[in-house]
Design a protein around this ligand. Structure first.
Ligand code: SIN
Length: 528
């Protein structure tokens, strides 16, 4: 067995574990996570995995739903890869014994979620699909994969334009340096930049900030999905109420019981998330409380054990037949600019899963396409790497080694409130400009941060990723998908197929920058 070269994967969600599993037969693999292995966002994912597994469903229908939900701001070839290869990968998992929920006759129990034209959501443990997918992958992880928990990756080592390693800090402040041929960022998105979020508190945009600080291009950072239904208790968001609950029949109502999605969209309560979240936001802004009326769902606690336990922990009596909800940040469609093989603008550096932006989710991700992405593109990355398609040559300025003083940083909760207020569901130039101004100094900071406490490094990363979101949202003077500007309320033709990319402090608007390379069978970025 070939034991070198090696790969270091930063992150421990589904994309990371899928990549680690398949790489391990060919090289040494180290998986590094800043928390614990079962703390990833993936682990707590409720809904499921969207996949076309049998007629009458078709790939074309799933592709179409994906493009409609994301308002056509996609790389269409990447979407096709996701849907077709993703379905093949899910079939493989099922053959291996993935414990998907089934009907009494043994057929898969397929759920329905927002903006899907038919039920195609594979789920496990009712509403614990993420947990069972992570457990499935962990159980098949070859023993030689080294798992390192509680280590924060704080710097990518880039030498003469090639990423050759990563530096980390452990819980005691000890510094580690890993050198490897392939450094893979799979650290999730940036949900915890917001005070209302479905994400784990560890999801602070680290992968994006790490890559950006090393000189990699990031793109589509203005597109943040707000999930319509987070459990809302005493003014705070307390976790996710899966869209699968609406798929099973629940409807959104105001406090008088009036349905708020009727007449708004043909799919009513299963409209694309940005539309549903916007309606809830408007109702709440006008002083109304919004509830998910789930009284019609028989056997709710059996169908949704995780959500039932969450509600019960928060003192919500399910017998009342309604759950109080509010929208909150859920998913980053943007991220480190990468192709569907994980290649970024820096040789040797890869990005997969939510950390990456491959153009697959457009301006608003379709429900349950994210676990699918982790499974499909985690595997695609490995295949391409083993086929030796990692031949990107590109010079990147090296980061200054001078020590940096710690600039004034906002407290975590203060930054989260600022993001919610100024870069949340509804945005304006005035608020975005003020926000970007507050974050600019930290985001532009260069130099050695190795002596900083981990908590300060994490906050610097939060400021950096938040800044990238703010300036991208400021630049896109239109509303498209999850990016809603009240001062530019329409979708503009002039912004069609236009991506905002930021690299080394330079913001560019590029049109049609991805292209399909038929010879390689992959999507490539024109400027790499
Ligand atoms: C949900 O269960 O509603 C979330 C699933 C997803 O984001 O795809």
């Amino acid at each position: 067995m070939k034991k070198t070269p090696g790969a270091v994967i930063v992150g421990s969600g589904i994309a990371a574990l899928q990549a680690a599993r398949h790489l391990a037969a060919h090289m040494n693999v180290i998986v590094i996570t800043k928390g614990e292995i079962r703390q990833s966002n993936s682990y707590f994912a409720q809904g499921g995995i969207a996949a076309v597994l049998s007629p009458p469903d078709t790939h074309a229908s799933h592709i179409n739903d994906t493009l409609s939900a994301g308002e056509q701001h996609h790389v269409p070839e990447a979407v096709e890869q996701l849907i077709t290869e993703g379905a093949a990968r899910i079939r493989e998992l099922l053959i291996e014994g993935f414990p998907a929920d089934r009907q009494e006759n043994g057929a898969l129990s397929l759920g329905l979620e927002g903006a899907h034209s038919r039920p195609r959501i594979v789920h496990a443990g009712g509403d614990a699909t993420g947990k069972w997918t992570v457990e499935h992958l962990l159980a098949r992880l070859p023993g030689q994969v080294e798992l390192r928990e509680n280590e924060l990756a704080f710097e990518l080592i880039v030498h003469e334009g090639v990423c050759t390693g990563v530096k980390t800090k452990d819980a005691k402040g000890g510094i580690h340096e890993y050198k490897a041929d392939h450094i893979v960022l799979a650290a999730g998105g940036a949900g915890a930049l917001y005070s209302f979020t479905s994400n784990q508190e560890t999801i602070t945009g680290d992968g994006i900030a790490l890559a950006y600080r090393a000189g990699a291009a990031v793109t589509d950072m203005e597109f943040i999905q707000f999930h319509p239904t987070l459990l809302y208790v005493n003014g705070k968001a307390k976790g996710l109420i899966s869209e699968a609950v609406r798929g099973a029949g629940a409807v959104l109502v105001d406090e008088s019981g009036k349905r708020i999605m009727q007449g708004v969209h043909p799919l009513e309560d299963l409209a694309p998330r940005h539309i549903t979240a916007f309606e809830i936001y408007k109702a709440r802004r006008s002083g109304k409380e919004v509830y998910l009326n789930m009284s019609m769902i028989e056997g709710f606690e059996k169908l949704f054990p995780t959500i039932s336990a969450l509600c019960s922990k928060q003192g919500i009596d399910l017998q009342e037949g309604r759950i109080p909800v509010a929208p909150g940040s859920h998913f980053l469609m943007g991220g480190v600019k990468a192709d569907t093989c994980g290649r970024t603008s820096i040789k040797g550096l890869y990005a997969i899963g939510e950390t990456a932006c491959t153009g697959v989710h457009g301006a608003n991700r379709l429900a349950s396409n994210s676990l699918l992405e982790g499974i499909a593109f985690g595997r695609r990355f490995v295949k391409s790497l083993l086929e030796g398609e990692n031949t990107i040559e590109r010079a990147v300025p090296s980061v200054s080694a001078a020590a940096s003083d710690i600039p004034p940083l906002f407290e975590k909760s203060e930054l989260q409130s600022m993001m919610m207020e100024s870069a949340g569901l509804i945005r304006t130039e005035e608020k975005l400009e003020a926000l970007a101004g507050c974050l600019r100094e930290a985001a532009q900071l260069k130099g050695d941060i190795s002596r900083w406490p981990a908590e300060k490094i994490e906050r610097l990363f939060m400021h950096t990723t938040a800044y990238l979101i703010a300036v991208s949202a400021l630049s896109r003077t239109e509303s498209r998908g999850a990016h809603i500007r009240s001062d530019y309320p329409s979708r503009e033709d002039s912004w069609e197929n236009t991506w905002i990319t930021i690299e080394n402090g330079q913001l560019n608007k590029r049109s049609g920058e991805h292209e399909w390379n038929q010879n390689r069978g992959s999507t490539e970025s024109l400027f790499y």
